[in-house]
Design a binder for this molecule. Sequence first.
Ligand SMILES: [Zn+2]
Length: 279
Amino acid sequence: MPLFGKPRYSAIKVKKVQIPTGRWMKCTNCREIIDARAFHSAYKTCPKCKFHYKMSARERVDLLLDEGSLDEMDSEMLPQDPLGFVDSKKYTDRHKQGRAKSKLNEAILTGMGSVAERPVGFGAMDFSYIGGSMGSVVGEKVTRLVERCLDQRCVLIIVTASGGARMMESTYSLMQMAKTSGALSRLHKEGLAYIAVLCNPTTGGVTASFASLGDIIIAEPGALIGFAGPRVIEQTIRQELPEGFQRSEFLLEHGMIDMIVPRKELREKLQELVTFFSE
Ligand SMILES: [Zn+2]
């Protein structure tokens, strides 16, 4: 037996704390552990740092429209693959994934519904469908929704969350910017109101078309809203960008949007605006 044997203690056993799944979650913004129930009852915002998480298009319907009022339009309109596009994945496979994630056939849900019992045309983009990008179907659905509002002379609301025009349809996607903007200019000439609600993130060709054409432009707090990303801009202008650049608060200060409305007040704010514009 050696004179100096190894000490006979083992590492202190730490009892693992079992966090029941579904009860707690970690906020990716402030890194605090938060109560999942509090998170959901705060409409997917962090109860500690107030970070607004992404919501699906269907959750937007539940949040903003009068209950059960949605009459969905063009839900069976399916995307084509005009270029036979393949990058790291086939474009057709991306659609399959998008459908599975969002339970939608494209990156936007549109329909007629009501807010404060006034009829509205309503669109909500879903970021989980290929980054909420705009291809031919998204452009066509937005355009048809605008045209329906023209027919029924009602207020239009579109909730955006988008990575921009969809590169897998190339020019076909870019053409949607002109098409949706053209339709909205007719709405404007007819004196009908369009309320745009910009959520995190709203970028690229969607910002450069219908997201920026609202008569009233609302943004959720802390949303990234812009055209090109900050890195591209920095490299182009060779200047460091200011703090909070392209966030809702910065854009409000610089006159690009009209108001920032926290998610829990959004329903009430839309009711107020729709009532005002429907008189
Ligand atoms: Zn947080």
